[in-house]
Design a protein around this ligand. Structure first.
Ligand code: G1P
Ligand code: ZN
Length: 539
C-alpha cells in the first residue's frame, strides 16, 4: 500500500567525492535514508516507469537500507529494480549491470574502503544511465532537495526476500534478483585473454588475492580460482562480512599489511593483489615489490597492446591532478590524448563517453577503462595477469623496464587527519592567497617554477571545477594540496609529493622525498596550524 510520510530535512546530505558518506549512526537516524533517496528521485524528475540497479558492499546497515530503498522505489512508480543477490553488488559490477540492462540509474550502498560496522561508515552512491556517478550539477540539485524535503513516498509491505535469484513483485514494481558475478565475468572474458592467463596458472604461477572480507570475494573466487585455475585458497578473506572482520578494507601498504608481509617474505607467491570494500580499488604487488598506483596506470597504458579488447588502439588516458605525471610521459610517447581532471571518478566519465580516453587512474589505488564508468579492482588485476602471461616477465621486471624507458616519479601521499574543519579551510584559503608570491622562491634545494589552484574545464559539458592547489618546482617536482571529500571525521588534508628521477631507480622513496615533505609542511604552515609534526597516514 502506498504511504506518504511527513519528514523533516537533514542539512548534511551533500555529496562528496563519491556520493554521501557518513558515520553509520548518522545514517541510522529516522528517515535519513528515506529523505536522501526520495530527494534523488525528485531531483531527476521522478522514476516512474524506470529501471534501476541496486546493491551494496554488504557492510552493516546494507540489509536495512536496501529494504527501505526498494519500498521507496516501488512507491515512486519505478518499473523494475535489478538487485544483487542478498543485496550485494560491487561498484564495478553495478556499473556493468546498469549498462548491460540499459537501466536509467543505480544506487550502490557503500562507504568504499572505509571501515564498516555500527561505529564505522556507511554511504550511498548514485549513478545515472551513463553507468557513472552523477555530475556535480545533479548532486547540487539533490542537495537542494534534501534541504527542503517535507515528505516521501513508501510502499507499506513486509521486507522482500533477496536470497533467491528470480523475479518477484513489490506493489507494481518488478524486483529481479540477479547474481552480478555472472554478468561481470562475461564482461571480463570479453576483455582479457583468459586462455593465456589459464596457461600461466597451469604452468605454476603463484598468486594471492586479498578480498579483505569485502564484496569481491565471490567474484575473485569464481574468476581466479574456478575459471582461471589459480590454486584453491589463493583468494583470501573471501567471505563478505558486515564489519569486514574488523579489517579496514583499503588496499594499501598499511591496511593490507598481512598481504604485504606475505609478499615480502621468503614464501611470497609470484603475484599479490587486494581490492577494497566495494571492489573498485586495487593494489598490485610482486615478490618483495610494490607498484605505486600512479605507476600502475602508466604501466597498464603502455602495455595496452597485450590485451585483446584494446590491441587495435586506445583513445587516450586521464589521471586525477593529484596522481603523479608518470602516465603523461606514456601518453606523449604513444601520441594519445592526455587529460588531468579533479579527484573523483565522475570527472573521467564525460571523457570516456566522448571517446577522448579509454583508460584512467588515480593515485588512490584506482584504475579502470571505458568498459564501465567506475574504477575496477579485478579488471586491474586481470590486466596485470594478462601482461605477465603475454610477456613472461615478473611484476618487478615490468615495472623496472618501465622506469628505464620513461624515468621514475617517486611519489607519496601524506594525510593529516581529523583537523578542525574551519582550520583546514583557512589553511587552504591562506595558501591559495599566497600562491602567486611563491614563484621563483627557493625552499632548500627546490625552487618554485609556478604555483596555482588546479582548475578543470570539462571539454564536454563546459563545466569548471576548482580542486586543490599545485606547487610546481623547476626540477619537475610537484606538491599538490587538497582537502578530502570522503572523510567522515573533521577534515583530512591530503598532500601529494612527487619527484622525478631518470638516473637511479633504487632510491628509498621516503628518503628521496623527505626534503620535499619538509618543504610541503613549510609552505602550507602545516605544523603551526594543525600542531601535527608529521602526517597521520603515509601511502
Ligand atoms: C578519495 C580518493 C579519490 C577517490 C575517492 C573515492 O577521495 O582520494 O581519488 O576517487 O576517495 O574512492 P578524497 O577523500 O581524496 O576526496
Ligand atoms: Zn571503493
Amino acid at each position: 500500500m502506498l504511504k506518504i510520510v511527513q519528514t523533516k530535512p537533514y542539512l548534511d546530505q551533500k555529496m562528496g567525492t563519491a556520493g554521501i558518506r557518513k558515520k553509520s549512526r548518522i545514517v541510522m537516524q529516522e528517515n535519513y535514508i528515506e529523505n536522501f533517496v526520495q530527494s534523488i528521485f525528485n531531483a531527476i524528475g521522478g522514476v516512474a516507469g524506470q529501471t534501476f540497479v541496486l546493491g551494496g558492499d554488504g557492510r552493516f546497515y546494507n540489509k536495512i537500507a536496501i529494504q527501505k530503498i526498494l519500498k521507496i522505489a516501488a512507491a515512486n512508480g519505478m518499473a523494475k529494480m535489478i538487485v544483487g543477490q542478498n543485496g550485494y553488488i560491487s561498484t564495478p559490477a553495478s556499473s556493468c549491470v546498469l549498462l548491460k540492462n540499459k537501466a536509467q540509474g543505480g544506487l550502490v550502498l557503500s562507504a568504499s574502503h572505509n571501515p564498516g560496522g555500527i561505529d564505522g561508515d556507511f554511504g550511498i552512491k548514485y549513478a545515472t544511465a551513463s553507468g557513472g556517478q552523477c555530475s556535480t550539477a545533479i548532486s547540487d540539485k539533490i542537495y537542494e532537495n534534501t534541504k527542503n524535503i517535507t515528505s516521501y513516498k513508501i510502499w507499506d509491505a513486509p521486507d522482500v526476500d533477496l536470497s533467491q535469484i528470480g523475479v518477484q513483485k513489490l506493489g507494481n514494481m518488478e524486483i529481479e534478483v540477479i547474481d552480478p558475478v555472472v554478468d561481470y565475468v562475461q564482461m571480463m572474458e570479453k576483455i582479457f585473454d583468459f586462455a593465456a592467463i589459464k596457461k600461466l596458472f597451469a604452468d605454476g604461477f603463484t598468486f594471492v588475492f586479498d578480498a579483505m572480507n569485502a564484496v569481491t570475494g565471490p567474484y575473485a573466487k569464481k574468476i581466479f580460482e574456478e575459471i582461471l585455475g589459480a590454486d584453491e585458497g589463493s583468494v583470501i578473506n573471501a567471505v563478505p562480512l558486515e564489519d569486514f572482520g574488523g579489517l579496514h578494507p583499503d588496499p594499501n601498504l598499511i591496511y593490507a599489511s598481512s598481504l604485504v608481509r606475505l609478499m615480502y617474505s621468503p614464501s611470497a607467491p609470484d603475484f599479490g593483489a587486494a581490492n577494497d570494500g566495494d571492489g573498485d580499488r586495487n593494489m598490485i604487488l610482486g615478490r618483495s615489490f610494490f607498484v605505486t598506483p600512479s605507476d600502475n596506470i602508466a604501466i597498464l597504458t603502455d602495455n595496452y597492446r597485450y590485451i585483446p579488447a584494446y590491441k587495435s588502439g586506445i583513445y587516450g588516458v586521464a589521471k586525477s591532478a593529484a596522481t603523479s605525471t608518470a602516465v603523461g610521459r606514456v601518453a606523449a610517447a604513444l601520441g594519445i590524448g592526455y587529460y588531468e581532471v579533479p579527484t573523483g571518478w565522475k570527472y573521467f566519465c564525460n571523457l570516456m563517453d566522448s571517446h577522448r580516453i579509454t583508460f584512467c587512474g588515480e593515485e588512490s589505488f584506482g584504475a579502470g577503462s571505458s568498459h564501465i564508468r567506475e574504477k575496477d579492482g579485478i579488471w586491474a588485476v586481470l590486466f596485470w595477469l594478462n601482461i605477465i602471461a603475454a610477456t613472461g616477465k615478473s611484476v618487478e621486471q615490468i615495472t623496472r623496464e618501465h622506469w628505464l624507458k620513461y624515468g621514475r616519479s617517486y611519489y607519496v601521499r601524506h594525510d593529516y587527519e581529523g583537523i578542525d574543519i574551519e582550520k583546514a579551510n583557512r589553511l587552504m584559503a591562506d595558501l591559495e592567497a599566497k600562491l602567486p608570491e611563491l614563484a621563483g622562491k627557493t625552499f632548500g634545494s627546490f625552487t618554485v617554477s609556478k604555483a596555482e589552484p588546479f582548475v578543470y574545464n570539462d571539454p564536454v559539458d563546459g563545466s569548471s571545477t576548482k580542486n586543490g592547489l599545485i606547487v610546481y618546482f623547476t626540477d619537475k617536482s610537484r606538491i599538490v594540496y587538497r582537502l578530502s571529500g570522503t572523510g567522515t571525521n573533521g577534515a583530512t588534508l591530503r598532500v601529494y609529493l612527487e619527484r622525478f628521477d631518470d638516473k637511479c631507480f633504487d632510491e628509498d622513496v621516503m628518503q628521496f622525498l623527505k626534503e620535499l615533505a619538509d618543504v610541503s609542511r613549510q609552505i602550507a604552515e602545516i605544523t603551526e596550524r594543525t600542531a601535527k609534526e608529521k602526517p597521520d597516514v603515509i601511502t
